[in-house]
Ligand binder design. Structure first.
Ligand SMILES: [Zn+2]
Length: 199
């Protein structure tokens, strides 16, 4: 057993995705050896994250302002909404330069076999946005895997029911089944967006 502060930090790092106890242990000893300046840099960055980042209450992206820059930018097309799972996918789509509309971040997907998981997503907020704003098209840009497909089907039906005039489209089939949009290259993703199909 290490001393308590060391064990505590190992435990905290272990909660991060893809970090097991061995990696967490390596992080802690790296910090211990690297000195106060490096540790202070991380401490300040974490403090800045907690104090300054909030959720945009229009698109649910993380931002230092609400509404975020994208939602308040009059140059962005307010009639087209791109629905993504997480903020990282929003950034990935922005990099393609192929989209000029606005976004909605669901903050997750429906877990197959667990329909209750829909309650944790920003679906009600999306449906409300469609009622309030002049949105003509919703592009479902979720991963082409089982949870993504399950969620897109659910959204398609819900939008059809609540806002039948809204056109629902999805990314073209160029993306391989099971791929992760966060890691898709910009050309493939841009092309899938440009050649989107009727949902
Ligand atoms: Zn926003």
């Amino acid at each position: 057993m290490y001393s308590r502060p060391i064990e505590q930090l190992i435990k905290a790092f272990s909660k991060l995705p893809s970090v097991g106890p061995r990696t967490a242990e390596r992080f802690v000893f790296h910090l211990l050896k690297s000195g106060k300046k490096d540790v202070a840099e991380i401490t300040n960055a974490l403090k800045g994250l907690i104090e300054n980042i909030k959720s945009c209450d229009m698109c649910w992206d993380f931002s230092d302002t609400s509404p975020c820059k994208m939602c308040s930018d009059p140059k962005r097309d307010a009639t087209t909404l791109c629905v993504v799972t997480e903020s990282q996918e929003l950034q990935q789509i922005e990099k393609t330069g192929a989209f000029t509309g606005r976004y909605h971040v669901l903050r997750g997907v429906i877990k197959p076999g667990n329909p209750e998981s829909v309650r944790f997503l920003k679906v009600a907020e999306l449906l409300k946005r469609l009622q309030d704003k002049p949105i003509k098209e919703v592009i479902l840009a979720l991963n082409p895997d089982l949870p993504g497909e399950t969620t897109m089907l659910y959204l398609q039906n819900a939008i059809k029911k609540e806002s039948p005039d809204v056109n629902v489209t999805r990314l073209a089939r160029g993306l391989p089944m099971g791929s992760d949009l966060q890691y898709a290259d910009e050309i493939t993703l841009g092309s899938a967006l440009k050649h989107r199909t009727q949902s």
